[in-house]
Design a binder for this molecule. Structure first.
Ligand code: ZN
Length: 204
C-alpha cells in the first residue's frame, strides 16, 4: 500500500508557510514504513531539530482505479479517518531551498500516525462540512473544516489518479489547516473528528 499526500490544500496554511495558493494539487508520497504502529509512541528522530505536527483528514481507498473522473471519485473511498503528517520542517526548508525532493523531511519511518478506526462515509451528513482538530497537551492547536479545502476529496482523487493507480487500502492525506507547530519530547497529541477522539500520540 502507499500513502498519497497533498500539500497546501488549505489557503490559511499555505499562507502561514509563505507559499502561494496552488492552482493544482501538490502531491507527495509516504511509504508503508511511514505508518506508526498502533499504540506505539512516536520518537523524535535524531536528524531534525524542528519536528512539526500537521493534522489531516485521511481517505481510505476501497477499490482499484486510474484516471477517475471527479463525478465518480466518491466511489473510490469508503471511510474517513485522521492522521498526522509529521514533518521535519528544518530538512524540508533545506530541500526546498536547494530544489530537492522532500522525502527525507516527510516520508521517514513512523512519520504517519493514523487513527486506528475510520468512520464510514455514509455516517457523515456532508463531506464538505467535516470539523476536525488537533490538541497538544489538551490545548487546541489546529482546527479545520473540510469545506475550507482548496481541492475537495473528489477533485483530489481525480487529480492524483492521473498519476498513480490507487488500490484498495491506499490512504490519502488531504492536507492540513493552519496552526502547524513544533512538537517536543513529552507532548501528547490528540486528533478529533467532530467531537470524537480518533488518535492519541505520545511524543518521546
Ligand atoms: Zn501535510
Amino acid at each position: 500500500m502507499k500513502i498519497i499526500c497533498v500539500g497546501r490544500n488549505y489557503k490559511d496554511h499555505a499562507r502561514e508557510l509563505g507559499n502561494e495558493v496552488p492552482s493544482e494539487p501538490m502531491l507527495f508520497l509516504k511509504p508503508q514504513t511511514a505508518i506508526l504502529p498502533k499504540r506505539n509512541p512516536f520518537y523524535i528522530p535524531d536528524f531534525t531539530e524542528d519536528l512539526h505536527y500537521e493534522v489531516e483528514l485521511v481517505l481510505r481507498i476501497c477499490r482499484l482505479g486510474k484516471n477517475i473522473q471527479t463525478k465518480f471519485a466518491h466511489k473510490y473511498y469508503s471511510e474517513i479517518g485522521v492522521g498526522i503528517d509529521f514533518t521535519a520542517r528544518d530538512l524540508q526548508e533545506a530541500c526546498k531551498e536547494k530544489g530537492q525532493p522532500w522525502e527525507i523531511a516527510k516520508a521517514f519511518d513512523n512519520s504517519a500516525p493514523i487513527a486506528p478506526k475510520f468512520i464510514p462515509v455514509a455516517d457523515f451528513d456532508d463531506l464538505t462540512n467535516i470539523d476536525f482538530r488537533l490538541e497538544k497537551n489538551g490545548e487546541v492547536v489546529q482546527k479545520g473544516n473540510s469545506g475550507d479545502q482548496i481541492f475537495n476529496f473528489d477533485e483530489l482523487i481525480s487529480h492524483l489518479s492521473r498519476f498513480f493507480t490507487i488500490k484498495l487500502g491506499d490512504l490519502v492525506f488531504t492536507g492540513t489547516p493552519a496552526g502547524v507547530g513544533r512538537v517536543e519530547i513529552g507532548d501528547r497529541l490528540e486528533a478529533f473528528i467532530g467531537d470524537q477522539s480518533m488518535l492519541k500520540v505520545t511524543v518521546k
